[in-house]
Ligand binder design. Sequence first.
Ligand code: BG6
Length: 485
Amino acid sequence: MTAITVSTLLLFGATGDLSHRMLLPSLYGLHVDELLPADLKILGTARSELDDAAFQQSGLEALAQYVPKDFYDEAKAKEFVKRLGYVTLDATQDEHFDELSKRIDASKGLAIFLSTAPSLFEPIIEGLKRVGLTGETVRMALEKPLGSDLASSREINDAVASAFPEERTFRIDHYLGKETVQNLLALRFANSIFEPVWNAAHIDHVQITVAETVGLESRAGYYDGAGALRDMVQNHILQLVALVAMEPPADFDATEIRDEKVKVLRSLRPMTKETVGKSLVLGQYGKGMADGEKAASYVEELGKPSSTETFAALKLNIDNWRWADVPFYIRTGKRLPERTTEIYIQFKCVPHSMFAKMGAVAKPNKLLISIQPDETISMMVMAKTPGLDRDGIRLREVPLDLGLANAFADTRKRIAYERLLLDLIEGRQMLFVRRDEVEAQWTWVDGVRAAFNAAAMDVATYAAGTWGPSASIALTERDGRQWHD
Ligand code: BG6
């Protein structure tokens, strides 16, 4: 795409939680590292009636609260907030867009970031069109949720496409901004040892766990209408599946990589009324524990009855040559025992173990890619337990640790949004989700939800602080496998 330099970053939803916790701290990080264009202005909009000074003050408070203490520098924060300006904007008011356009010279490059309720996407885009803020020098980034099913996602995508062609549309999936997620590409395609065994002949199964200890937080309005399938599986987890499963792209290029990802997403085997019972478990947390303290149930937090799932465990299959009969077990949930995101790849057992007669077990190799809280990659390999072996050899599994944290100890750990905001400002699309990917994701998730309803399945309750309903354990055990805990 043409390199348009950006002189204004326009944030819709600028007084919201995402802006305070992630966007402003990320922009501060880029500012401190002198990566933002020197003249870049960051213009916030929201319905609250603020002026520039009040927005700068709230920005300063957000930075003091959310930037890691060892990186926070008050003088730099004060310097950074000079970039901030604010325009009050109610998307239903034409004159507010007129005011907005007076503050922006789009010909000097404009990047827009929509982090509002999706119901506002269409009116905002209409308003921007009317005041001429959608031309060739303007890029549009969209934060999730991009719809709640395929139909509503298409509606949003159509509205966006009426003003922004795909090469100026940047759909955010913040998991793609995480360093270890990107590292999957390096691991798979910059090493020669993994790719030859990265297939059904050598891999027994794959697991992806995205576990959180938090509950509903303050997001009842959105979350109760979404649930774990739409909030986490449809986007972040399917993107991880696609990166693990895709064919090697020819080039490190946005089109090539997204072409390969979408092929995987289109190869996901649809769930049906007949198969869903053994492939899906949905749960909702009841009372229990969270971080060592008593925790209320989801329904108590919400204050009304609900059947929204806060946990989902799935077995999915990718119907192509490489992954034939290799199950991918996925689980995600709120109020689980720990916060962890990991990809676990279990290889097949050795075809014949010469140690078996001595009672020594050669366990299958496993590759564990931990995305958070730690960014580590380790390979479990079998080793001989030291000794004279007079009673026979003993084997033990030991980790071959890639120790990324130590290897790159001098590098600051960045927030995923730093990378994404910089790529938006500089116009690189590789880490943004293309329309066909989002729609393939929705197609599959809609099918899962429809199968669940057609089979009249229930959302089971699990105690907060546990690994979800017991049926999720059966999901892997039925196949003679176990979740990696
Ligand atoms: C968001 C979901 O997209 O991702 C949240 O809406 C979830 O429900 C969050 O908590 C998890 O992100 P991370 O980066 O903390 O794993």
